[in-house]
Design a protein around this ligand. Structure first.
Ligand code: 5GP
Ligand code: MG
Length: 180
């Protein structure tokens, strides 16, 4: 039986504190640019919203857009990525910060970085809440990382399991328990 672990992996307060630190770094590096934030749907919706709110308090007012990237349906992890939604804002000549929930194999982030560079962005930086460095299959890194975690399946704070748990305000672990 798949069930949510009773104890949060990362609490709401820990997420908030870490975002505060990350935004200080982002503001230090990027304050002079008019930044375009591109969130990768759906998993990053909550993280992107929280980053933007804290950026506002640091006097940064980025443009905000979203793309939808997914692996081709069917066979698990064929590695073939598909862009289901183009950015609506022009990325040409811009400084772009890509925001995603988690860096796992790295395929999604690599794909996103490549197509944003192809569309002529001047500078492309990446920010992820979570990183599972042990799972990487593609050579890619993020400039701003919230937490490095072990290879566990996390849900909450935007991340789902079959569409559920995205609304949890904290990050939890899904565990597979043999039926009693
Ligand atoms: P990558 O392309 O780096 O393998 O995978 C990134 C995407 O896989 C994430 O944006 C996320 O949607 C999904 N993913 C990877 N690990 C997890 C996890 O532990 N929990 C959930 N809910 N999604 C994950
Ligand atoms: Mg995702």
């Amino acid at each position: 039986m798949i069930q949510l672990s009773g104890k949060p992996l990362i609490t709401e307060a820990e997420i908030r504190a870490r975002i505060g630190q990350m935004v200080i770094e982002i503001a230090r590096d990027l304050q002079r640019q008019e930044l375009l934030i591109i969130g990768i749907l759906r998993g990053s919706f909550m993280f992107t919203a929280d980053i933007v709110r804290v950026l506002y308090n640091n006097d940064m007012h980025p443009l905000i857009d979203f793309v939808f990237v997914t692996s081709y349906a069917g066979m698990e992890s064929t590695g073939e990525m598909k862009l289901l939604r183009e950015p609506s804002l022009n990325v040409e000549g811009r400084w772009v910060l890509i925001v995603d929930d988690i860096l796992d194999t790295g395929r999604t982030m690599k794909y996103a970085q490549d197509f944003i560079k192809e569309r002529g962005a001047e500078e492309v930086r990446s920010c992820v809440l979570l990183d599972k460095p042990g799972r990487r299959l593609v050579d890619v890194h993020a400039d701003y990382v919230g937490f490095s975690i072990d290879d566990v399946f996390v849900v909450g704070y935007g991340l789902d399991y079959e569409g559920r748990y995205r609304d949890l305000p904290y990050l939890g672990v899904l565990e597979d328990h043999p039926a009693a």
